[in-house]
Write a protein that binds this ligand. Structure first.
Ligand SMILES: Cc1cc2nc3c(=O)[nH]c(=O)nc-3n(C[C@H](O)[C@H](O)[C@H](O)COP(=O)(O)OP(=O)(O)OC[C@H]3O[C@@H](n4cnc5c(N)ncnc54)[C@H](O)[C@@H]3O)c2cc1C
Length: 292
């Protein structure tokens, strides 16, 4: 059923403090709207349960990227274009810069925000595996103050998160500790642009000789939440990259994921692709060492 605009209220208090004060005063009744690229799709489909929207678009407090000595703090209101254009993000966090470059089209990248991608909580969202691989932490804000939460603990089930109804995501923090890591990321979809991922992966690896010293692998679209493959990482760490390890890693990864059949793909296809991407990552990690 089409939505009638007269049924909706949209306010734009203009400061972060005013927004969190409103959220606290009438907790659960106001839905924040940032770029609106998810919210407006729901609205247009007549599936937006909220009737009262509070705009956080362009709040200066959410639009900053702060580079500190130990971490980068990306304001939750930063758009994909902001991320693509930030030299340090591209240099030190290429997994995130790449995800930003293939999220939707240019119009979507000018409007869609990282905070919106996180809170919309789609298991197929493109930037979320990168945040898992980089061990991101979220700064959540409300009238009660701020708290930091490891991003890996944020999603509790399909579309369920630890965000309280009076809280906003203020910033996403990435530790600056990945110099020298090999980076690998891919999105597999029906086409390169404007397609929701069937499987996406973001991975980092560091080797000493042929032995894997550290590895971080995160996958989207293969479980109710974006998934870090902890067991697969455990199997890989401390071992030389060789065919038997690749086979064990694939088997472990396929046991860790929980893909489903849906309109975009099948569980079987997703499991096969996730295994192929993992192998490709490990082969490239090994090849880098052999050619170094
Ligand atoms: C044409 C099109 C193509 C797309 N392609 C892709 C794609 O390739 N890959 C992909 O991952 N996504 C894609 N998307 C989805 C969407 O663009 C992203 O999820 C985007 O990051 C959402 O950000 P937003 O600011 O528009 O969120 P909004 O729609 O404003 O909000 C989404 C949700 O997040 C909440 N929210 C937003 N910001 C905050 C905050 N700071 N604190 C608390 N809650 C907040 C809102 O209340 C709402 O529940 C596409 C969408 C469209 C319309």
């Amino acid at each position: 059923m089409r939505s009638d605009p007269a049924d909706y209220q949209l306010v734009a208090p203009g400061t972060l403090q005013a927004v969190v004060t409103l959220l606290a005063a009438e907790a659960g009744t106001w839905l924040p709207i940032a770029g609106g690229t998810d919210v407006m799709v729901q609205y247009a489909a007549g599936k937006l349960p909220a009737r009262r929207l509070v705009s956080i678009w362009n709040l200066s407090e959410l639009r900053r990227i702060e580079v500190l000595s130990s971490e980068i703090q990306i304001g939750a209101g930063c758009t994909y274009t902001d991320l693509r254009e930030h030299a340090m993000v591209g240099r030190e966090f290429p997994l995130l810069a790449s995800a930003a470059s293939w999220t939707g089209g240019i119009a979507n990248q000018n409007r869609g925000t990282l905070g919106g991608n996180i809170v919309n909580a789609s298991p197929a969202a493109d930037s979320l595996p990168a945040l898992l691989a980089y061990d991101a932490e979220l700064i959540l804000v409300s009238v009660r103050g701020e708290r930091r939460l490891p991003y890996r603990n944020f999603h509790t089930d399909y579309k369920k998160t630890k965000l309280a109804s009076d809280e906003l995501v203020r910033a996403i923090c990435l530790p600056r500790q990945f110099a020298g890591y090999f980076c690998y990321t891919r999105k597999v979809g029906a086409r390169n642009a404007q397609a929701i991922s069937k499987v996406c992966i973001a991975a980092l690896g560091r080797t000493a000789g042929v032995v894997i010293e550290d590895v971080r692998i995160a996958v989207g679209s293969v479980a109710p939440v974006p998934l870090r493959l902890a067991e697969t990482e455990r199997v890989l760490k401390g071992n030389p990259i060789e065919p038997s390890l690749l086979a064990l890693a694939r088997k472990t990864a396929v046991a860790e994921i929980r893909p489903i059949d849906d309109i975009r793909s099948t569980a079987k296809y997703r499991a096969a692709v996730a295994g192929n991407l993992l192998e490709e990552f490990l082969e490239k990690l090994g090849a880098r060492e052999r050619t170094a």
